[in-house]
Design a protein around this ligand. Structure first.
Ligand code: DX5
Ligand code: ZN
Length: 214
């Protein structure tokens, strides 16, 4: 299992130790949650912070936009050096156009779906994206409880991807720990995001390793 620790659970008053920990860990990516207070009922951090983080972080960046009109921010995300730019299906009208624009900007496009959004809505875009981010909590906050019906969605998505020409990875975000992570691995997830589980662990490096081993 690939692991993308979420910076949202780090100490915002002192990010350097968190980034040093991530750099020295077995993490595959660093997950960055951008919230606008409109699409989700919270505001996190924006592109100046991500740009500063990108100068210190040695892991590729996995940017998760929880904002309306994500198509307006493609060049800003690109300038932060992101590998994945993921936006919400529920927050964008012209999904196909936005996916193409993200790829044209040199990034890997990802689409995220909230817990109540059916996987079937991805059918006509699945071959154009490199990542599907299944939200296993309602987006906006770290430390929430995993929603069990997400597992069924991961299975449906695995089937959709495997029976198409898509090579998109399935990433799951929210309430991931060793228990939920192992269920997700069995259901066919390729990557998990982990905020609280990593940053409240007695040893975050061990927590990351335990998820990677799933
Ligand atoms: C929530 C964010 C998540 C969050 C996950 O809206 O998208 O990435 O950081 O946090 P945990 O792992 O604590 O649920
Ligand atoms: Zn996220």
């Amino acid at each position: 299992m690939k692991v993308s620790p979420s910076l949202l659970s780090a100490n915002f008053a002192d990010l350097a130790p968190a980034l040093e920990m991530i750099n020295s860990s077995e993490a595959d990516y660093l997950h960055l949650d951008v919230m606008d207070g409109v699409f989700v009922p919270n505001i996190s951090f924006g592109f100046p912070v991500i740009k500063a983080v990108s100068k210190v972080c040695t892991k590729p960046l996995d940017v998760h936009l929880m904002i309306v009109q994500p198509q307006n921010w493609i060049s800003q995300v690109r300038d932060c050096g992101a590998e994945f730019m993921c936006f919400h299906l529920e927050a964008c009208t012209h999904i196909h156009r936005t996916v193409q624009a993200i790829r044209q900007a040199g990034m890997k496009p990802g689409i995220s779906i909230c817990p109540a959004t059916p996987v079937s809505l991805l059918e006509d875009i699945i071959e154009d994206v490199d990542q599907v981010l299944v939200m296993s909590v309602n987006p906006g906050f770290g430390g929430q409880k995993f929603i069990d019906s997400s597992v069924k969605k991961v299975r449906q998505l695995r089937e959709m991807i495997d029976s198409s020409a898509s090579s998109a990875i399935i990433e799951v975000d929210g309430g991931v720990n060793e228990q939920t992570g192992s269920i997700l691995a069995e259901a066919g997830a390729d990557m998990v995001v982990a905020g609280n589980f990593v940053f409240t662990a007695p040893d975050p490096l061990v927590a990351i390793r335990s998820l990677r081993a799933l």
